[in-house]
Design a protein. Sequence first.
Length: 416
Amino acid sequence: KYYDETGGDLYIYTSDGWAEVITGTAMETPYGDRLDITFGSSTGNSITISSFETDASYAGYVILANSENSFADLTSGDGQYESTTYASNGEQVIFDGTASEALTITLLMDQSQYYFKVVPYTGSRVYDNGEPTQTASTSTCTTDSETESEICFSIEGDLRIISSNQVPTHSTGDFPNYEGPSGEEFIATPHTSEVDYTPSLSGSTTYLYNETGGATPSNPNFWRFGFATNGIGYNPMGLKPWENPDTGEENWEWQEALIDETEGNIDMYGAHVTSAGKYHYHGDIVGLADEDGTKHSAIYGWAADGYPIYYKYGYTDANDPTSAIKELISNYDLKSGSRTGTGTGGEDYPDGTYDGTYIQDYEWTDDDGDLDECNGRTGVTPEFPEGTYYYVITTDFPIIPNCFKGTPSDDFNIGS
């Protein structure tokens, strides 16, 4: 069978699939058709597939993406677990379904070519791996818009580079110094950070709020957690210590937990702004995460130590992608009883019961939850089928993780 692709370059289809291009005379009536992908618009970090051709003889289709023109044959009988957030390089399933539909692949590097392949299958999951690869490229990525969210990703050696103008992709609350993406008062703040591209577990835990020195925000033990996929920072440290109501003296060992809409001017999207008008997340990312719990969460950012951040839906068995999807639960609980500390309650530290006002009102217990003290676990995900350590944003405290299992980049150190 032959396929007329460009009016002069012909493919020949054999039992092993499409062979190399043969230069010759174009055929007026080609025999057989490829399952061609129609690409839509691209940006500096995304490529859209508008549709792809289908064939009535197949039950469904898998679409693979890769940063290189190299695809392994899918094994017949195996199901696939797709995600359109791309893990930076290597082969990844971005679609597994029965209909031709539009999808956008995100987290791509700018000015880069990517390879795609349609793999059809019969009702018994017998894959036809013979389709040729097709290509599309991202455009130049910029972060200079004052009104539209822009974020760029790149890999340089062992570093993942994240640049953004820190404009959110959703509406926001009403803040005196911040009007939102469509308002006149918004201040775009271009920012670039670097994290480890090949992170490793450090063997120790680094807390975002470990106050062991002077009571000042420039203390090197204060950290931002990371960046979301829309360029907004995860910055759960509220930097609001308990203050003696009589003397004004601050005790940084007790810090307010700014996670709910009723606390610290947090808006309905789990965020608020700094005095300089920089919007950042403290609580549940409901404005960013479009998830209904029917499949594994997509990637929603990168932590300061380089590990990926997911939303609350994952595999029941962390290492089994065929297991059911569940909402992953934090292992933090409110402490019981009344607060204790050095000195006198109400004078040297907050008195009253542990009610969730402060970060220190909670404790991690290895009981019935799914995650470690940093709201993370090791397992497989659609983007990391071989497994990785990853963090999870949960419904309940801490919501955004409050510590690192790897080594955080100095770019996220508040003290620096």
